[in-house]
Each structure stands twice: as structure tokens, then as C-alpha cells.
Write a protein that binds this ligand. Structure first.
Ligand SMILES: *Cc1c(COP(=O)(O)O)cnc(C)c1O
Length: 465
């Protein structure tokens, strides 16, 4: 276990130290670790991950976090500020999602711990609402490109997950096929704005028609796009409507901790009709510890994250978000143009801020390999093999898009040569898909490798030698 992080440089704690250490010493160690880890994404060569990348903004939010980090927002009599922060985060996000267009119901929401938290809560609300109508074997219909959090919800909550195919050229869901999967036990249809793989937006208006005609809910996963696409529309980009202006949209997830530029640990889940949100309320009247109530899955939550998320949003304002969005869209456009300048490469669909590309001439993982050698951390995809780049603020720094274009221009001839030599790409085996899918045996083997990775991530410190 020699590669246990920092074992070579810092003390490893397998038990509480008997005497506490001086705070200054601990801070010095952590500053050292953080600076080292920040240095990589600061190059702009990491896809996604760090959305804001502005240390002043982080320091400001961290200071606001510190004021309330110890507050338990379950105890609102002691911490009424939590109601202000949460209510205003939700109101500001509902406004961004055009909840003003809603008539006849009262929009509402919850702040959750992240995109997965928002999606889990949404699916749970739909399941329980449907249960009230007598649905005992619920299913959800989602694009195959939708985030695995929907599969996780299915797994956790006993909801069958039905994957509707995406058009391979546009990467958008085939609405006719989705319709064919809807039946009386369907609790919700899902569309993404945009999806994580390709950054493209499903045809939400058509999904809305489907949902309305079949009398089911429509959840729009705006975890990724929720805080950037509205500003794209304001900037005049061709962004199709995906929010509450579309009448069949019954809920939206939008991540404050992605393009909302917040600290990690918050997301919003918004409902057209607050009564659906109230399905999430957990009310326990008979506990010996007293009456217990919580709005969702979590119990105690930190006031710090609410404060920091609220403060970050208010500090940026619409103009701040618009400014960041403009830089990101412009940088993404430059990078996409660089990809399109190579006839061997093909951008998947019509993305605006996150893009994915493949090749019909060679295995794209040759390009991935070369770019990795130049320090790029792109994301590998499968079905089809593709690589993706989520453009965030670190890429908007001067020179990054130009370096991407230059490195890509060297990657293409490299890929051509490797292909001609019949060589297999190094990273393809790790990230790429196998045509026709995996045999059960191979699937089991890959699952073992994946579990081994988690074992490493979750490992305890090595024993003292
Ligand atoms: C990131 C993402 C999620 C999941 O969010 P987490 O914050 O990682 O839990 C869901 N949907 C989309 C489209 C995403 O990009």
C-alpha cells in the first residue's frame, strides 16, 4: 500500500493522536496538499470537475460557510437564517427556470446534497405520488444518455428503469421510442438539459407533449445545464426551451455545485407543484425521542453549505453568471471548431458548452492517449467510443483553447499512424466499450475491477511498518 496518499510526506493516522496537534502545523500541511492538487486543474487541462476555479470566490464562500458550518438546519428555531438561505436559493433558481410561467400550482423545491441527491429525491417523490394512485410496480422512462443517478434511484427505490435510445447522430432521445416504453405504471419520463456525456439537450418540448398526453410527470435533469443554459439563451445562443415555460415539465434538477459555481455539496430540486415536493416530507409521530420531521432523505444538514451557496449566488448576480457563461460558451466554441477542423474527427450532436467527439477513421482513444501525454484529462466514453470535454472556467484562461487546438493537431496524425500500424490504444481498454456489449463473464470481470478501484479509494491507512 505504498501509494496511500501522502504517506511519504505526512503522518498517517490510524487512531486518534493522544495529544492534539498545533492548528498551525495542520493548516500548513493542508495548504501544501491543496496547493499541489489545485496546480493541475489550474492549467485548464482537466475536463469539468472544477467549475468556477476562482480562488477569491471560493475564499468568500468559505468565509460565509465558516459562519454557519456548525449550524444544524434541522433546528430552525435556533437557525432561522437557514430558512432565508434555502428559500432564497430556491426562489432565485425557480426564477431562472421561469417558474413565473406556472399557473394553477405553487412551485416549490428542496436544496439537496448534489445532483444525485436531487435526482434521488425527485424519483422518490414521483414513486410515492404514484403509490397513492395504486401503482405498485413503478417504472421510469429515461434517455439512455441520462445520468446513472436515475439507475441508482431505480436500484434504491425499487423502480424499473426503461432506457429509451438516443439518435446516434444528434445524441438526443428518440421521443417515439420513449413513448413506446410508457405504460400505466410509468411514474415519470426524463429528459436532460444537457446530458453529461454529450452536453446536448433532449427534445424537451416533444417530451412534454408525450408526458401531457400520457398524463405522467416530466423531470428535466438540468444538473449540468441549469445554471449555464439560461444565460446562453440571454446571450442569443440557440438554446431550446427546457424549463417551466414548457407546460409538461413537472420538475427540474439544477446543480448549484456545478455551473452554479458553489462549493461542493449542494443542488436544487424544483417542482412545478409544491404538493409533489411534499411527498418527500418524513413525519414520524411515535418516536420516543419526540416528534421527528425532515423535508427529505437527510437528517441534520449544515447551515454552512446553505449560506455559502446563497452568498455565492448573490455575489455573482445575473451579470456575473452571464459573464462567466459568455466566456465558457466562447471557449467551447473555439475548442469545438478545433475538433471540426479535422475531417477525421466528428463532434457528436450540436453541443454548446460541453462537447464530445469520436472518429469514423480510427479509434478515438488514440487521440485520448496522445492528449493524456500532453497533460489533458479528458473523459472517456463508450457506445460509441468518444472523448468529452466539459468546458469550465479554468479553460477560459488565456491560451488554453489554443493549446487544446495545437495538441489536437498533433494528436490526429499520431492516431492515424497508430491506426495504420494496427496498434490498440492504451486507454481504450479502460474506458472504451466493446461492440455489441459485454458478455456476462466480461461484465463480471469489469465489475470486479471497478469494485477494486472503490476499495482503493475507500481504503484505511496502511499499518505502521
Ligand atoms: C453531474 C450530473 C449529475 C449528478 O450530479 P452529482 O452532483 O455528481 O451527484 C446528474 N446529471 C447530470 C446531467 C450531471 O452532469
Amino acid at each position: 500500500m505504498t501509494d496511500y496518499p501522502y504517506a511519504d510526506r505526512f503522518e498517517v493516522y490510524a487512531r486518534l493522536p493522544e495529544e492534539g496537534r498545533p492548528q498551525a502545523e495542520i493548516l500548513a500541511e493542508l495548504r501544501d496538499m491543496a496547493a499541489g492538487e489545485d496546480a493541475f486543474w489550474e492549467t485548464g487541462k482537466a475536463s469539468g470537475t472544477v467549475y468556477c476555479g476562482d480562488h477569491d470566490h471560493y475564499a468568500f464562500m468559505t468565509e460565509t460557510y465558516g459562519l454557519f458550518g456548525h449550524a444544524n438546519v434541522l433546528q430552525r428555531d435556533m437557525f432561522p437564517s437557514a430558512t432565508k438561505f434555502e428559500g432564497e436559493i430556491l426562489a432565485m433558481t425557480l426564477d431562472l427556470m421561469h417558474a413565473d410561467a406556472v399557473t394553477g400550482t405553487s412551485p416549490a423545491g428542496v436544496v439537496t446534497t448534489g445532483g444525485t441527491g436531487s435526482i434521488l429525491h425527485a424519483m422518490l417523490a414521483y414513486r410515492d405520488a404514484a403509490r397513492g394512485r395504486g401503482v405498485t410496480r413503478p417504472n421510469l422512462v429515461k434517455p439512455e444518455t441520462a445520468h446513472p443517478a436515475f439507475d441508482k434511484a431505480g436500484h434504491l427505490f425499487g423502480i424499473e428503469v426503461r432506457d429509451a435510445p438516443a439518435d446516434p447522430r444528434t445524441t438526443r432521445v428518440d421521443v417515439g421510442a420513449a413513448g413506446g416504453l410508457v405504460d400505466d405504471d410509468t411514474i415519470v419520463v426524463v429528459g436532460s438539459a444537457g446530458n453529461y456525456g454529450y452536453g446536448t439537450i433532449d427534445p424537451i418540448e416533444e417530451l412534454s407533449d408525450l408526458a401531457l398526453s400520457r398524463n405522467v410527470g416530466l423531470h428535466v435533469d438540468g444538473c449540468l445545464g441549469g445554471f449555464i443554459l439560461p444565460f446562453g439563451e440571454e446571450l442569443g445562443l440557440d438554446i431550446p426551451r427546457f424549463d417551466f415555460r414548457v407546460p409538461g415539465v413537472t420538475s427540474i434538477s439544477a446543480d448549484t455545485h456545478k455551473y452554479g459555481y458553489g462549493l461542493k455539496g449542494t443542488s436544487t430540486l424544483l417542482f412545478r407543484d409544491g404538493s409533489l415536493r411534499n411527498e418527500l416530507y418524513f413525519l414520524h409521530t411515535g418516536w420516543s425521542g419526540g416528534k421527528y420531521l425532515s423535508p427529505g432523505i437527510e437528517g441534520s444538514r449544515s447551515g454552512g453549505l446553505l449560506a455559502a451557496t446563497w452568498a455565492g449566488m448573490v455575489a455573482l448576480g445575473r451579470a456575473g453568471y452571464r459573464r462567466h457563461a459568455e466566456q465558457i460558451f466562447t471557449t467551447a466554441r473555439r475548442m469545438i471548431d478545433a475538433v471540426r477542423s479535422h475531417p477525421e474527427l466528428r463532434v457528436l450532436g450540436e453541443p454548446t458548452f460541453l462537447f464530445s467527439f469520436t472518429s469514423d477513421d480510427f479509434d478515438i482513444y488514440h487521440v485520448y492517449d496522445f492528449m493524456a501525454g500532453r497533460g489533458w484529462r479528458l473523459n472517456g466514453q463508450q457506445y460509441p467510443n468518444a472523448v468529452h470535454m466539459a468546458v469550465t472556467r479554468p479553460q477560459t484562461r488565456p491560451g488554453v483553447a489554443e493549446t487544446f487546438a495545437a495538441d489536437l493537431a498533433d494528436a490526429v496524425p499520431y492516431a492515424r499512424e497508430r491506426h495504420a500500424a494496427g496498434a490498440a490504444p492504451m486507454s481504450g481498454a479502460v474506458y472504451g466499450g466493446v461492440e455489441g456489449g459485454l458478455t456476462d463473464e466480461a461484465d463480471g470481470f469489469i465489475r470486479q475491477i471497478m469494485a477494486g478501484i472503490l476499495d482503493t479509494h475507500q481504503s484505511l491507512p496502511p499499518a505502521r511498518s
